[in-house]
Design a protein around this ligand. Structure first.
Ligand SMILES: Cc1cc2nc3c(=O)[nH]c(=O)nc-3n(C[C@H](O)[C@H](O)[C@H](O)COP(=O)(O)O)c2cc1C
Length: 281
């Protein structure tokens, strides 16, 4: 039986979830959506999973693009899990819509509450001490339910979020390409290239031992969180200053602020594109 789980992760929460689920269901292949969809087709798969964070009340654009190009077996058991902090928005609906264009449907959808990863907007919260055991518990529950091939209707966008989506998220999504203009390195940068290798959109190239951000960024913070010398800094890009919203006005990265990543997901895990995980049963 072929089981395959596709994931996107910036600070490791979603990768941890994907790994836990893969271990639980046994013998699943884990595929980072940095891969070319033609090389990692799910046409022959019996179990297909999608795991990613919620960004701007939806799934990351790179994840959407990947699913659009992916071939799937419409008769497979298909599940999706997102990691998030408070607002799911249309994440599940987006994936269901993309799958329905291929004649496939989600059999199971469940969200996992995690530590906030957006260290450029605010410090990580709630406290890791409370959240990490809770995250593990939720991931185990999801893994168990998927092992049982449970059918679970996916959560829908609330009417309030639906009504406010375009007004609240529209302006951010419009200037998303400007976001990485805020990144720069200070003299702690050793040119090791970790930032470039952990980036889930392959947005960072290296030039004369310094990272260059190429404007295909979702603000996932992988580069910031996994930089071994904390050399990556951020100044608010002009386009964000002009938005004048509470969040855009407060984008900053004080030196003392914790640059959160999931403690069990190391830089080498984030660099990996494909992995086979055996059962823990
Ligand atoms: C750019 C960005 C946008 C986010 N938008 C949302 C959101 O709309 N709703 C939400 O609940 N969490 C949001 N979050 C929090 C993440 O979904 C959450 O921390 C997730 O677990 C991160 O997963 P990762 O560690 O796999 O990258 C956002 C985080 C980032 C970096």
């Amino acid at each position: 039986m072929k089981k395959i789980i596709y994931y996107f992760s910036g600070t490791g929460n979603s990768m941890r979830a994907a790994m836990k689920i893969a271990e639980r269901i046994g013998g699943a292949e884990l595929v980072n959506v940095r891969s070319d969809p033609d090389d990692v087709s799910a046409e022959q798969a019996d179990v297909i999973g999608f795991v990613c964070p919620v960004y701007e009340w939806d799934i990351p654009g790179a994840f959407k693009d990947f699913i659009k190009r992916l071939n799937v077996n419409p008769n497979a058991y298909i599940f999706m899990s997102v990691t998030y902090i408070a607002v799911l928005g249309k994440s599940f609906e987006t994936v269901e819509m993309l799958l329905s264009e291929k004649g496939a449907h989600l059999n199971y959808g469940r969200a996992i509450r995690c530590v906030a990863s957006q260290c450029i907007a605010y410090p990580p919260f709630p406290p890791e001490k409370i959240m990490l055991p809770y995250m593990e518990k939720q991931m185990e529950q999801v893994g168990n339910e998927i092992t049982q091939r449970k059918q679970r209707p996916y959560p829908r966008m609330s009417p309030i979020t639906r009504k406010r989506f375009t007004k609240v998220m529209g302006p951010y999504l419009k200037i998303e390409k400007e976001y990485d203009k805020g990144f720069y390195t200070d003299d702690r940068c050793t040119g090791c290239g970790t930032c470039s290798k952990v980036c889930p959109t392959r947005n960072i190239s290296m030039n004369e031992k310094r990272p260059v951000w190429n404007h295909n960024c979702h603000g996932c913070n992988a580069c910031v969180a996994y930089c071994p010398t904390k050399a990556i800094q951020f100044k608010t890009p002009e386009a964000y200053k002009e938005l004048k919203t509470l969040v855009s006005r407060n984008l900053r990265l004080p030196d003392k602020r914790k640059r959160y990543h999931h403690p069990l997901i190391k830089a080498k895990d984030m660099m990996c594109d494909r992995k086979e995980l055996n059962s823990d049963e």
